[in-house]
Write a protein that binds this ligand. Structure first.
Ligand code: SAM
Length: 342
């Protein structure tokens, strides 16, 4: 259960030399490792995209601050609470609050919001995905009742990071945030985009090596998909096959991690959800964002927001999963990776 790992050279050679046959063998081993760690459970998380205002300018992202064409919105705390109530009634026991880095949502507002959700749903996990904050802010969110935090490192290669982000953003600060979160006793999620502009197999090998070192509780990866109002509009989207292959690698390297089949994977491949699970993933994140805002959390072209992606179809999603031999527990679904003592 400690997981196998390779050197950067070996990961690079494996990624460059992958074949469909090798992928199938990898997926069979990955499924066995997942089943050993978690059984056949697939955990559902309700995703609430609470604001698309952002002070950052990540070059790939549709809600970057320089995109003047984005239709900006932010949800009120009452709207967020109503989403949680709706999700709870549908059997969800984890709420993921995600957003751009919106200065309006200052530390005290987030603390108050987390406290309200915690009071209303003591049996649920609260996951935040709200970007980079000082250590003390993360500590305040944790004290208010947040259990988990998602912050992708995006790319572990500093040169590649600089190519994807403005100079005001720093890869070291992002990594410091991840280690702060871990020390504060959060279940921590990290991850990266697959096929982002300029990415090589060597960069991906570094991503895997970094994740092995971080040993996160959750790992989210998904293909890069271009957005029409960014400088990367003409870049090709990342490959679903490579994303699936990397999910398999991650499952073998870190068998106890929770790994979602992400919306981005599903947006480039109509079968992405089930193929992701067949490659070793064990989490899905139905969208709980109210319909009037959903289309505006527009990170990339063709983002899937309806069908089985939406919480309104959760009963159908459950049926499909059960027919495929998975169980969908009514539970928080905490990570099997040990949490550091705060
Ligand atoms: N602001 C928070 C943060 O930085 O972690 C959370 C929101 S951010 C929009 C969530 C994730 O969206 C990022 O970590 C990034 O990997 C992903 N993302 C942004 N633009 C994307 C694109 N064009 N294609 C695929 N994923 C993208």
């Amino acid at each position: 259960q400690t997981g196998r790992t390779l050197s950067e050279d070996e990961w690079t050679a494996l990624i460059e030399g992958r074949t469909p046959d090798l992928a199938d063998r990898l997926f069979a081993q990955a499924r066995a490792a997942r089943d050993e760690a978690y059984g056949r459970a697939v955990y559902l998380r309700g995703l609430i995209e609470l604001t698309n205002f952002c002070k950052n300018d990540c070059l790939y992202c549709g809600i970057r601050k320089s995109n003047r064409q984005a239709r900006r919105y932010r949800m009120s705390v009452d709207e967020v609470l109503a989403c949680c109530t709706q999700g709870y009634a549908q059997g969800l026991r984890t709420f993921v609050l995600q957003g751009g880095e919106d200065p309006w949502f200052a530390q005290d507002k987030i603390v108050a919001m987390v406290r309200s959700i915690r009071r209303q749903h003591p049996d649920c996990a609260i996951t935040l995905s709200l970007g980079e904050w000082p250590h003390d802010a993360y500590a305040a969110f944790r004290a208010a009742g947040a259990d988990r935090f998602l912050l992708r490192h995006e790319t572990a290669d500093d040169g590649h990071y600089a190519m994807l982000h403005p100079t005001s953003m720093s890869p070291d600060r992002r990594k410091t945030c991840l280690f702060d979160l871990r020390r504060l006793g959060y279940q921590v999620g990290s991850g990266f985009m697959v096929g982002s502009p300029g990415q090589t197999a060597r960069h991906l090998a570094r991503d895997l090596a970094f994740l092995k070192e971080l040993n996160p509780h959750m790992i989210g990866i998904g293909p890069f998909v271009p957005h029409r109002h960014t400088a990367f509009r003409d870049e090709p989207a990342g490959s679903a096959d490579l994303t699936l292959f990397l999910i398999g690698c991650l499952r073998l390297m870190l068998p106890r991690a929770l790994i979602p089949a992400t919306t981005a994977l599903n947006s480039v491949d109509a079968q992405g959800r089930m193929r992701g699970l067949a490659a070793g993933a064990n989490v899905l994140m139905p969208n709980l964002t109210p319909p009037q805002y959903r289309g505006s959390y527009d990170l990339y072209n063709g983002k899937a927001t309806s069908g089985l992606e939406g919480v309104e179809n959760i009963a159908r999603l459950r049926r499909q999963l059960e027919e495929a031999g998975y169980q969908v527990p009514l539970a928080r679904g905490d990570s099997a990776v040990a949490v550091e003592r705060a």
